[in-house]
Design a protein around this ligand. Sequence first.
Ligand code: UDP
Length: 312
Amino acid sequence: MARVVVTGGAGFLGSHLCDRLLERGDEVVCLDNLVTGRTANIEHLFAHPGFTFVEQDVSNFMWVPGPVDAIMHLASPASPIDFARIPIQILKVGSLGTHNCLGLARAKGAKFHLNSTSEVYGDPLVHPQPETYWGNVNPIGPRSMYDEAKRFGEAMTMAYHRAHDIDIRIVRTFNTYGPRMAPDDGRVVSNFIVQALKGEALTVYGDGSQSRSFCYVDDQIAGQLALLDSDYQQPVNIGNPHEFTMLELAETVLAATNSNSKLEFLPLPKDDPTQRKPDLTVANRELGWEPKIQLAEGIEKAITYFAAELGR
Ligand code: UDP
């Protein structure tokens, strides 16, 4: 049993993590400033005796009273829509927020777990991407606030590990989807499902030949907890290695929703990565973890969730 601080705990990934931690008997202190997180994601936990929620922006100095065994830093807006809307907040939570969480970890003698991203590989020239790949990132482009903040966060985490012997974990999360994504999140899985359910055209950016590898949220959280519980102090990719083009994803969503929606082709955003697929050798070897839920199954669960959200 541990007492775990989860930053971004009211967000899509963070709220699922809070659920799993509480289920296994851990105590959770959930911090979120609710900029993209939603209380709807955690309200079922408010009565749980092991759960505390604090509305807190971790980019500012923060303090958590009492013992802390681990800090899991997931707080960050993560959608390309947010990249244009709140770029400075994204840079702050990835840099100052990571620094504050590491300071708290040091003061408490706690483990620090950073939720980093496959975006550290930018528009990758190596495919699939192993953790040893240094990436191809535009430092001043329209995605730079997210990519560079996460890269800075990884550098800061390793610096605290080397300088202060902090026990660290770094997960590089690949495109994850599932229940509790905001319907207007702006990412491709939520956009396509919501559009298909409403009978609207599916907005394909570019010619739809770019690829992503989509991980169902339960697999993602299981991988993150396997890393937390391990003693591996280097970055680990967590995702699903099955790669799909956006046209293939559109076909999958149309079939699963039984929708007649057409495709609408829109301009490809600048610096949109052309391909992405995790090399999971390290996760398999160090954690004995691999994803179990494939796209066809996960999409069904996501459709059930979005259909309920739209009906609300
Ligand atoms: N995309 C799309 N239509 C949409 C939203 C996104 O074709 O309505 C594309 C986007 O250009 C990218 C891919 O889907 O190539 C994944 O986008 P998402 O924002 O979900 O994730 P990320 O680009 O951050 O991996």
